[in-house]
Design a protein around this ligand. Structure first.
Ligand code: BES
Ligand code: ZN
Ligand code: ZN
Length: 488
């Protein structure tokens, strides 16, 4: 899809449809008599009131080159923000392409001409065009041809913002395409190769640690998870450092990259096990964020570490009761082989610290328990540092990724006692997402850190008006925003 912004009026723009966003309760004044009369009749009839994501389509309006007009509701005027416009652009695009209306103009009136809005519109439109049908011979849905913002009289900073929005939307779709790949086609080796190709295309440094190097270093925790699979593991390291990087700040992004999670010897039930292909969604979000960061060039050093393995049962698999030694030297009794994410993440966290990161964020589809707590609405956010937590929360809000802070009181550590090793890999009872986060924290130590449990939010079983069903790419936009804010 071609996505862009033009600083021209809408009347002469030959689209299949022009989209006009409309505030709840007051009919839009577009300046076109036919459209304005239709809109005010619609509002008066009560058939359309401008509620969030409500739509109405008008055919062949007089005085316009465009073939149709779509009104789409913004909701109440005082609630309009970037997150609202991101969804509105997405819902407009998905509504229209479902009717094979593929050449779209979005009218951005003077009152909405802000850089952040132009960015959000193209993020939303590009992400909305993604479909998870890569492997279907006959595609379910069409793709839009073009999405053009029409911002008559707008200033030139809107153009840069719009370009950035397209970059971020495309990075989100890159992330989602990775997450959508099944375990047979996206093994740890393939994930590493895709990350490497992306890095080389975008001028990032890349280092892929193979099994031998990880053994020499002593990543016993990660290797224990990997040993049950015929597929070799990898540690993917991507590095971005612009010449003018802000001194003293080095962001570390860490993402769980389990390409398929059977549970191992503590095997999962067969129902819905196929979804465990998305157990690398945290890693994919980190790789996608690095792609956007390489293109947007914020003035801050960023290192990404993605531990990637396949979790399989088998004659060589790690057993319940096995004791393993992590890169940091601490020992772990593996009580449940299905709690594998934390075992690979801790070796990545230690490695990232050795590479000199000063601030860390990890994203992981870590626990089913986070879905019990927060459903598919909020990411569970855990942190050891109030200031850093707030920075990440502020960024997530700006980019429309909902996150909710979770507690990490010391009392919960009682649940992580073990007689045979320094730590067990699971808690004794209750608070499963918190004990998982507390386990990671033992390896993070004093570095300011945020952990995002995205198990409930990285995949949606039902499409939303603005997003196809399947992988969401959650976390990626927050990572990018955090990097941009650190640079300023
Ligand atoms: N990958 C799963 C978590 C998960 C569950 C992600 C559902 C997405 C949807 C993780 O490795 C896991 O299996 N965690 C266990 C931990 C338990 C053994 C303490 C879980 O949540 O059941
Ligand atoms: Zn698991
Ligand atoms: Zn897992």
């Amino acid at each position: 899809m071609n996505s862009t912004i033009l600083f021209q009026g809408y009347a002469g723009f030959g689209a299949d449809a022009l989209v006009f966003p409309a505030i709840e309760g007051s009919a839009p004044q577009t300046g076109n008599a036919a459209v304005d009369e239709w809109a005010s009749d619609l509002y008066a009839s009560g058939e359309f009131s401008g509620k969030s994501l409500e739509t109405a389509l008008l055919y062949k309006p007089a005085g316009l080159e465009a073939k149709r007009v779509l009104l789409i509701g913004l909701g109440k005027g005082d609630t309009v923000n970037s997150a609202v416009l991101r969804r509105v652009a997405g819902a407009a695009l998905r509504t229209l392409k479902a009717k094979s209306i593929l050449k779209i103009g979005f009218v951005l009136a003077k009152e909405f001409q802000q850089a952040a809005y132009a960015q959000a519109l193209l993020e939303g439109a590009v992400a909305a065009d993604f479909e998870p049908d890569e492997h279907k011979s006959k595609k379910d849905a069409k793709h839009a041809e073009s999405f053009t913002i029409l911002a008559e009289g707008g200033s030139s900073d809107l153009a840069e913002a719009a370009r950035n929005g397209a970059v971020i939307g495309e990075a989100q779709n890159f992330t989602r395409a990775l997450v959508n790949e099944p375990g047979n086609l996206l093994t740890p080796t393939v994930l590493a190769a895709r990350a490497k190709a992306m890095a080389e295309e975008n001028g990032l440094d890349v280092d892929i640690l193979d099994e031998d190097r990880m053994r020499q270093l002593g990543m016993g925790s990660l290797l224990a998870v990997a040993q049950g699979s015929a597929e070799p593991p990898a540690m993917i390291v991507l590095h971005y450092k612009p010449a003018d990087a802000k001194p003293g700040t080095h962001l570390g992004l860490i993402g769980k990259g389990v390409t398929f999670d059977t549970g191992g010897i503590s095997i999962k039930p067969s129902e819905s096990m196929e979804k465990m292909k998305y157990d690398m969604a945290g890693g994919a979000a980190v790789i996608g964020a690095m792609m956007a960061i390489a293109k947007l060039q914020p003035k801050v050093e960023v290192t990404a570490v993605i531990p990637t393995v396949e979790n399989m049962p088998g004659s060589r698999a790690v057993r319940p009761g096995d004791i393993v030694t992590s890169l940091a030297g601490k020992t772990i009794e593996v009580l449940n082989t299905d709690a594998e994410g934390r075992l690979i993440l801790i070796d990545a966290i230690t490695y990232a610290k050795r590479l000199g990161v000063t601030l860390m964020i990890d994203a992981a589809t870590l626990t089913g328990a986070i879905t019990v707590a927060l459903g598919a609405v909020n990411v569970g956010l855990f942190s050891n540092d109030g200031g850093w937590q707030q920075q990440v929360l502020d960024s997530s809000k700006e980019v429309g990724e909902k996150m909710w802070p979770m507690p990490m009181d010391d009392e919960y550590k009682e649940l992580l006692k073990n007689a045979f090793a320094d730590m067990p890999n699971i808690g004794s009872r209750g608070a499963g997402s918190i004990t998982a986060a507390l386990f990671l924290k033992e390896w993070v130590e004093d570095t300011p850190w945020v952990h995002l449990d995205i198990a409930g939010t990285a995949w949606i079983d039902e499409a939303k008006p603005f997003l196809a069903k399947g992988p969401t790419g959650v976390g990626m936009r927050t990572f990018i925003e955090v990097a941009r804010r650190l640079a300023n």
